[in-house]
Design a protein around this ligand. Structure first.
Ligand SMILES: C[S@@+](CC[C@H](N)C(=O)[O-])C[C@H]1O[C@@H](n2cnc3c(N)ncnc32)[C@H](O)[C@@H]1O
Length: 266
């Protein structure tokens, strides 16, 4: 059964902010290939598997999974990112929508991935339950979240920039410490899924110069909200100051971040 149309999802808010600087966000996504490679290594994709990415952004993971023989589908709140994903992966079925209210029938996909997306749902557990609904029985759901803050160079940027944004909407979900052992496991079990494999992965985003660092770091949705609230100059200054410790003598930047993953079975 396909879910009824959303009545109270987070897609209108996130579609607006994540689509605002779509091309620059897409350049960030292109730096995340180590995440996508490791995800596919862990889930052992088979030729012809039906794969859905929720919060698919500009489709970098969909491109990789399709090249590995999967039949790929994606959904994202941001129309501008969906347009880029359709260009990048013309053979994919990519739709605009809310990951908490999936427009797919029950038991359809072998694998559902949410790379840094499930926690943007109005109700993350409901979004995980929805992923379980559209997964085939025994299918896998892979979830990526931020790793331990002290192992993420971008923590400094988030601490400097997010206070420049608006206060969270009154109905925004509580921020859980999803990287802590057991927290994501409890969420997936509440959603009716069985945790299988938790792991961490660390790698660096590389930027050749300050201009590139700033352009790409101005693109994530929550940074766009801070720009709208406090102005681009204030946000730009906060980015450059907070990330100064990661600047090399030649002016390039290397930002190492840890990511936490859980694979669950439907
Ligand atoms: C951090 S980005 C991740 C994009 C991509 N998966 C990646 O690996 O970089 C979060 C994505 O989730 C999308 N998103 C946020 N809330 C959403 C919602 N309620 N429904 C669908 N997509 C949503 C945003 O538009 C954005 O593309």
């Amino acid at each position: 059964m396909v879910s009824p149309l959303p009545v109270k999802g987070s897609a209108p808010r996130h579609g607006d902010i994540w689509g605002a600087r779509a091309a620059d966000w897409a350049a960030n996504e292109e730096q995340q290939l180590p995440t996508y490679e490791e995800a596919l290594r862990r889930v052992r994709l088979s030729e012809g598997d039906a794969v859905l990415e929720v919060g698919c952004g500009s489709g970098v993971f969909l491109r990789l999974a399709s090249d590995r023989g999967a039949r790929v589908h994606g959904i994202d709140a941001a129309e501008a990112l969906v347009a880029l994903a359709r260009q990048r992966v013309p053979e994919a079925g990519v739709r605009v929508g809310d990951l908490q209210f999936l427009p797919y029938e029950d038991d359809r996909f072998d694998l559902i991935c949410g790379f840094n997306s499930f926690f943007f749902a109005a109700d993350m557990v409901a979004a995980l339950r929805e992923a379980g609904r559209v997964a085939k029985p025994g299918g896998q759901v892979l979830i990526q979240v931020w790793g331990r803050p002290e192992r993420c160079d971008l923590t400094a940027m988030k601490q400097a920039v997010f206070p420049l944004g608006p206060p969270p909407p009154p109905d925004a979900p509580a921020q859980l410490r999803l990287w802590e052992p057991g927290v994501l496991e409890r969420a997936v079990m509440t959603a009716g899924l069985a945790p299988l494999d938790a792991f961490d992965l660390s790698y660096a985003f590389e930027h050749p110069d300050e201009a590139t660092l700033v352009r790409l770091t101005l693109a994530p949705g929550l940074v766009v909200e801070a720009i709208r609230c406090s102005g681009e100059d204030a946000v730009r200054e906060a980015i450059v100051e907070s990330l100064a410790p990661y600047r090399r003598p030649d002016g390039s930047y290397s930002l190492e971040n840890e990511w936490h993953f859980l694979v669950a079975r439907a």
